[in-house]
Design a binder for this molecule. Structure first.
Ligand code: ATP
Ligand code: SF4
Length: 325
C-alpha cells in the first residue's frame, strides 16, 4: 500500500449557476520521499485538489468525495476533530499560495512558526521555541531570524519561513502551492535546491503545485498534468517530458520560454473551459489541433502509454490499453 492513495477524488463548489466541479475524478499515489508535480493553467483545479487533501475548504464546498488514504488512514472518513488531531499538520501540511506575503506583520517570525506546535501539537513554549530554532537552521536561515518581523526579511527568507512553518510538526507529506512564483530566478533556484535537500534528507513526500512544467521537473519524480479539473496525463518525469502523450502537455512544453532568441514560445490558443458548462467530449477539444469527431462527442478514458504513464486522449487509443483505475 502506498503512503498516499487518492482514488476518484471529487470536489465541487456550490454557485449561483449550479455545481462547479473543480476536482473531477482524480486518482494517484505517492510513496515516502517522492514528489508529485501538479501542473496546469490557472483555474484548472490544482489548489482545490490540495485543499481537498488538507480538508480546508470554503463554506460553499460540496464534498470532497472519493478515497484519500494517508499512512493507511482513510482521511475523508475521519471526523473534523480527529482529522485535525491525527492528520493535518503531522501527516500532511501545506504552504499556501501567497503565504510569504501573508505572514502576520506584527508578530515575530519565531512565534508564528511556533504557533501550530503549541496550539495543535500540545507542545510547551520552551520546547516549541527550541524546535523553531532547529527548523530555521534546517531551512537554511540563521536562528536570529526568530526575533525578526516579516518586513525585515527578503522574499527568499520569507519563503523559507513558510517552508519551516509547514515542516514544524514533522509531517510526512508537504503540499506547496506555487512556492516560488513571487521570487526572482536566482532565489527560485535556491528554494528549489532547499526542497530537493529536504526531500532527500527527511524522506519527505512533496506535492508541488505550479503552472511551470520545467520548474516542476527540477524537484518532482512524477507529473500530473491537470486540465479542466481532471488529470489528463500522469507519469514519471522522464516519460512526461520526453514522450508527452497529451496535446495539452505538448502545448505546455512548447509554451515554456526558450533559451535561443530565434525560438519563440508557442502560446496555447483559446481559453480554459468554463467548469460550470464544460465542453462535451474531451474538454481540450475546442483548443486541440488534432481533434476529430470522436473528441467532440466522447470523453476519452486514461490510456496507458507505457508502464506508469497514462494519457486521457483518443490519439493514444490504438497504441495503448485503457488504464485500470
Ligand atoms: P490558480 O493557479 O489560479 O491558483 P488553480 O488551478 O489552483 O488556479 P483553483 O483555484 O483550484 O484552480 O480553481 C478551480 C476552479 O474552481 C476555478 O474555476 C475557480 O474559479 C473555481 N473556484 C475556486 N474556489 C471557488 C469557490 N470558493 N467558489 C466557487 N468557485 C471556486
Ligand atoms: Fe485532442 Fe482529441 Fe486528444 Fe482531446 S482526445 S486531446 S481533442 S486529440
Amino acid at each position: 500500500m502506498a503512503f498516499l492513495e487518492v482514488e476518484d477524488l471529487r470536489l465541487a463548489y456550490v454557485t449561483d449557476r449550479g455545481l462547479l466541479w473543480a476536482v473531477d475524478g482524480t486518482s494517484f499515489s505517492l510513496e515516502p520521499g517522492e514528489a508529485l508535480g501538479l501542473v496546469g493553467e490557472s483555474g484548472s483545479g490544482k489548489s482545490s485538489l490540495a485543499l481537498a487533501l488538507m480538508r480546508l475548504l470554503p463554506r460553499n464546498a460540496h464534498g470532497p468525495e472519493g478515497v484519500v488514504r494517508m499512512d493507511g488512514i482513510e482521511a475523508l472518513s475521519l471526523g473534523e476533530e480527529e482529522f485535525r488531531r491525527r492528520i493535518r499538520g503531522n501527516v500532511i501540511s501545506m504552504g499556501f499560495q501567497g503565504a510569504m506575503n501573508s505572514l502576520n506583520p506584527v508578530m515575530r517570525v519565531g512565534h508564528q512558526i511556533a504557533e501550530p506546535l503549541m496550539v495543535d501539537g500540545g507542545v510547551s513554549k520552551s520546547e516549541a521555541h527550541a524546535k523553531v530554532r532547529a527548523m530555521l537552521e534546517m531551512v537554511g536561515l540563521p536562528t536570529e531570524v526568530f526575533g525578526r518581523y516579516p518586513h525585515e526579511l527578503s522574499g527568499g527568507m520569507k519563503q523559507r519561513v513558510v517552508i519551516a512553518m509547514a515542516l514544524v510538526r514533522d509531517p510526512k507529506l508537504v503540499v506547496l502551492d506555487e512556492p516560488t512564483s513571487a521570487l526572482d530566478v536566482s532565489v527560485q533556484a535556491q528554494i528549489m535546491n532547499l526542497l530537493k535537500r529536504l526531500k532527500r534528507e527527511l524522506g519527505l513526500s512533496l506535492i508541488f503545485i505550479t503552472h511551470d512544467l520545467a520548474l516542476a521537473s527540477d524537484v518532482c519524480d512524477y507529473i500530473a498534468v491537470i486540465y479542466g479539473g481532471r488529470v489528463v496525463e500522469i507519469g514519471g518525469i522522464e516519460g512526461v517530458l520526453r514522450r508527452p502523450s497529451h496535446p495539452y502537455t505538448e502545448k505546455l512544453l512548447a509554451s515554456a520560454p526558450k533559451l535561443r532568441k530565434s525560438e519563440q514560445p508557442d502560446f496555447i490558443p483559446g481559453a480554459p473551459p468554463d467548469l460550470l458548462d464544460p465542453p462535451a467530449g474531451c474538454r481540450f477539444s475546442p483548443r486541440c489541433s488534432y481533434a476529430t469527431d470522436i473528441c467532440f462527442a466522447e470523453d476519452p478514458p486514461l490510456f496507458t502509454v507505457e508502464t506508469g504513464h497514462t494519457a486521457k486522449c483518443w490519439l493514444r487509443q490504438d497504441a495503448a490499453t485503457e488504464a485500470a483505475d
